[in-house]
Design a protein around this ligand. Structure first.
Ligand code: ADP
Length: 484
């Protein structure tokens, strides 16, 4: 296959190719095939991109909300028109099945649409003053230059989830996508270019995350870093941003528990557990990481779970009928193997799978179910990011709530029950930013997505999501008595 070298950086409306042949190679994780080379940008490129975003900011912030909104509408339409092409690129660089990739493109486009609609509704506030002669109000204003650092697991949706509200609210952007999946980012920026977004409003820097990250943290021109990725890198960004008290919006790791109560619809619970766990080969921050099932229904639930998992088809995401693609890279595969080995050495029983799969090459691992798991096993407290699920049983509600909350993470938790009172009680006690009740797909453009504890800061989606990109200027006006 011909490997394309792409002018993949976009700064001030210009596409830039690799300098001195310094490239990042992009591979298809299903086949190990090299599919593209993109520029290996560095700190200097990040500086130029920040300057470009800084120059573009006043003009962009000054536009009316309606004008900004129009660009997002057009970008939405173009993205939907190109769904098939974008989905293919996504699958090739990321590995997920084409069906899932199509779903991701629709999800990505939904952020463009929703923020196009919300751009014109970024309202301020009048405050009733305690003094007669005072008038108090709050004026929302864009925060300024925003750095968006995005992950590889949703290479399109995590970009629009950040860039759309930034653009809607009048901010300008330096985007740094994950080095594994830059091609989707390049396609999205091409869309913005084609709809005529003014130069400098979006800039794209690909390359060395540490060098580029340093520049983004160091620069006092960057007023917000919005990041999705590991808790470890999130902490690095927090430390670096302390230097100039930069605002942060962080969507970090998770370790989602899924609770199945004795009155639950077990077919639904098993079906949703499989969707939640094995979607994107388990590489989703709200993926179920551990299942707790009531002792009285454990055997029936396990049987249903095993049946459904045995129907999943591993393979190249481009092939029709594939349910599960590969892991993203060697590190991802190693982590999964290590967690399974650790669990087995401590007494876990493999109910299904448990091995690497060598199919078409690539970083494949069989969908795997573990039982007899104990809390000292890594898989019960380390994020797995792979297609393995441990199942533990419980006998009472308080015990399972404690177990679910016994983690430093707090992104999403799921519970299955048909008892309304139980659903509400458990929901209220779960220390998570997101709770799914009989539902494992809470992510949507109109709702606030985000975590508590070490799962992050801030929210993405909904009006709360736009607020991350705004400063609330408080204005106090004293009115003089006049004799008009
Ligand atoms: P994962 O471990 O799942 O790959 P990361 O948190 O390492 O997740 O990556 C998420 C994003 O953060 C990617 O775009 C990656 O390039 C970027 N990144 C990694 N390290 C740093 C860093 N030190 N500074 C800034 N960005 C980084």
């Amino acid at each position: 296959m011909l490997v394309e070298t792409i002018n993949g950086m976009y700064i001030n409306g210009q596409w830039i190719g690799p300098e001195n042949n310094k490239v990042i190679e992009v591979f298809n994780p299903a086949t190990f095939e090299k599919i593209a080379e993109i520029p290996n940008g560095n700190g200097e490129d990040a500086k130029k991109a920040i300057q470009s975003a800084k120059n573009a900011f006043p003009g962009w912030a000054e536009k009316t909300a309606r004008e900004r909104s129009q660009f997002l509408y057009k970008a939405y339409q173009l993205m939907m028109d190109r769904k098939e092409k974008l989905a293919k690129i996504l699958t090739m660089e990321q590995g997920k099945s084409l069906n899932e990739a199509r779903g991701e493109i629709e999800f990505a486009a939904s952020f463009l649409l929703w923020n196009a609609e919300e751009a014109v509704r970024v309202y301020g506030e009048m405050i009733p003053a305690s003094k007669k002669n005072k008038r108090l109000w709050v004026v929302p204003q864009p925060i300024g230059v925003v750095a968006a650092i995005t992950p590889w697991n949703f290479p399109s949706a995590m970009i629009t989830r950040k860039v759309a509200p930034a653009i809607a609210s009048g901010c300008t952007v330096v985007l740094k996508p994950a080095e594994q999946t830059p091609l989707s980012a390049i396609e999205i920026v091409r869309i913005f270019e084609e709809v005529g977004l003014p130069d400098g409003v979006i800039n794209l820097v690909t390359g060395d995350p540490v060098e580029i990250g340093e520049e983004l943290m160091k620069s006092s021109d960057v007023r917000l870093i919005t990041f999705t990725g590991s808790t470890e890198v999130g902490k690095t960004l927090m430390r670096g941003s302390a230097l100039n008290v930069k605002k942060l919006a962080l969507e970090l790791g998770g370790h989602a528990p899924l609770l199945v109560f004795e009155d639950a619809d077990l077919d639904l619970a098993a079906e949703q557990a499989v969707l939640s766990k094995f979607r994107n080969c388990g590489q989703t921050c709200i993926c179920t990481n551990r299942i707790y099932v009531h002792e009285s229904v454990k055997d029936r639930f396990m049987q249903k779970l095993q049946e459904k998992v045995s129907n999943l088809k591993l393979g190249n995401g481009l092939d029709e009928g594939t349910d599960i693609g590969p892991l993203i890279d060697e590190n991802g595969l190693r982590k999964v193997k290590d967690q399974v080995k650790d669990a087995i050495s401590k007494g876990a029983e493999v109910k299904f799978g448990g091995n690497q799969w060598y199919g078409p090459g690539g970083y494949f691992y069989e969908p795997t179910i573990l039982s007899n798991v104990t809390n000292d096993m890594k898989i019960m407290f380390q994020e797995t990011f792979g297609p393995v699920v441990p199942v533990q049983s419980f006998t009472n509600m308080e015990e399972v709530i404690d177990a679910a909350n016994d983690t430093n993470y707090g992104l999403a938790a799921f519970l299955f029950t048909n008892d309304l009172n139980r659903a509400i009680t458990v929901m209220e006690k779960l220390e998570y930013g997101i709770v799914g009740i009989n539902d494992v797909f809470p992510g949507t453009a109109e709702a606030p997505f985000g975590g508590v504890k070490e799962s992050g800061l801030g929210r993405e989606g909904g009006p709360e999501g736009i607020k991350e990109f705004l400063e609330m200027k408080y204005v106090s006006l004293a009115v003089k008595d006049t004799n008009y």
